[in-house]
Ligand binder design. Structure first.
Ligand code: MN
Ligand code: MN
Length: 353
């Protein structure tokens, strides 16, 4: 038949598509006494071309050393514990701030930063707006200084070359340390040197958008102006409810299951669709424009962290789309009577239960 891919229709759907699921927390990752990092980029999770991620844990006081990323911005969500970040901007400003559960940070590509756990240690999810990004190939302070001749460093910092004899020769990556002192409640006048846009956003402190089947908190560039290339969200779907059929016209979607049990289905056109089930610590990736829906198949709330590789949030819901077209047209499209279409409910984003 003209325009139809007969070869692809001859095969079972699932075998035609790569998996959209990866069990990130089941990996060992890079582990030291100071912390650990589990990575998911295109090497581990081939479909995730536009978004890479890391699950990182830091022991109390441990420091993810001063570093930057050459090819990607960093968007992070705190799951548990507390940490302090420093981030330096090319305009000479530097922000230092403490983060707790539900807080988000965004560092533009190339901006150098550090992360130090406070006294309770911490666990956070890092995401990057390039699936080729590797956390294990970042630009670290000790790596560069350790691979620069001491005479050059001596000139750069105006100290004797012998100063650098005991500095690390290789990247330390995560280093043990003592938890830092509390930030002052009132900084001395004139000591603030932060830029015009903060790198911190308290996502869980926001009012959620509520639906019949759950609720959603979104942080895009609208709410968090520095986050020009990424949007994040947390979504709760009640037992039996579903995030309805939809797609994102200009962004890929990355998901991390915080709690609960999910079944997600991705529609890839040409008769192909794939369903996978997810438990906490699993991640999903949905390519830009691919149709999808997510069901809560557990007995408790399903809690998801969502990340998109665009500063603006946009979605197209199938129910809204059909409700906006003439019933006559939709009915003729399916070859059914108009009153069948008239019974379709309009979109509700998270429906049922
Ligand atoms: Mn980083
Ligand atoms: Mn989606």
């Amino acid at each position: 038949m003209a325009g139809q891919d007969a070869a692809s229709l001859a095969h079972p759907h699932d075998e035609q598509l790569p998996s959209f699921r990866y069990a990130m927390e089941n990996q060992t990752g890079r582990v030291s006494a100071a912390g650990s990092a589990k990575e998911a980029n295109i090497d581990e999770f081939p479909v995730s071309e536009k978004i890479a991620a890391v699950s990182m844990r830091l022991e109390p006081g441990s420091i993810r050393e001063l570093h930057w990323h050459a090819i990607a911005a960093e968007w992070a969500y705190m799951l548990s514990g507390h940490c302090r970040i420093t981030v330096f901007s090319p305009d000479g400003t530097c922000e230092m701030a403490d983060f707790g559960p539900g807080d988000v940070w965004y560092f533009p590509r190339g901006y150098p930063h550090s992360i130090q756990a406070l006294a309770d240690g911490c666990h956070f999810i890092l995401t990057f707006d390039d699936g080729h990004f590797s956390e294990f190939g970042t630009f670290s302070l000790t790596d560069w200084v350790g691979h620069t001749p001491p005479e050059v460093l001596a000139e750069n910092f105006n100290v004797p070359a012998a100063t650098f004899q005991k500095f690390p020769k290789e990247e330390v990556y995560i280093v043990s340390s003592k938890a830092p002192p509390a930030l002052p409640a009132d900084s001395p006048p004139g000591s603030q040197h932060t830029g015009p846009l903060t790198h911190k956003f308290s996502l869980e402190a926001q009012q959620p958008r509520k639906f019949d089947g759950g609720f959603l908190r979104i942080v895009s560039q609208v709410e968090f102006p520095i986050s020009t290339t990424m949007t994040g969200a947390t979504m709760t779907i009640h037992p039996g409810a579903v995030r309805g059929l939809h797609w994102h016209p200009h962004a890929a979607e990355w998901q991390y299951v915080i709690a609960g049990k999910a079944r997600a289905t991705v529609f890839a056109s040409h008769g192909h669709a794939r369903t996978d089930e997810f438990t906490p610590g699993d991640i999903a990736y949905i390519p830009q424009g691919f149709g999808h829906y997510i069901e809560n198949i557990g007995n408790d709330d399903l809690q998801l962290l969502l990340v998109f590789n665009h500063g603006e949030y946009k979605s197209v819901d199938l129910a809204d789309w059909l409700a906006s077209n003439p019933r006559r047209l939709v009915a003729a499209n399916f070859g059914v009577p108009e009153d069948v279409i008239a019974r379709f409910a309009p979109g509700g984003t998270i429906v049922g239960s």
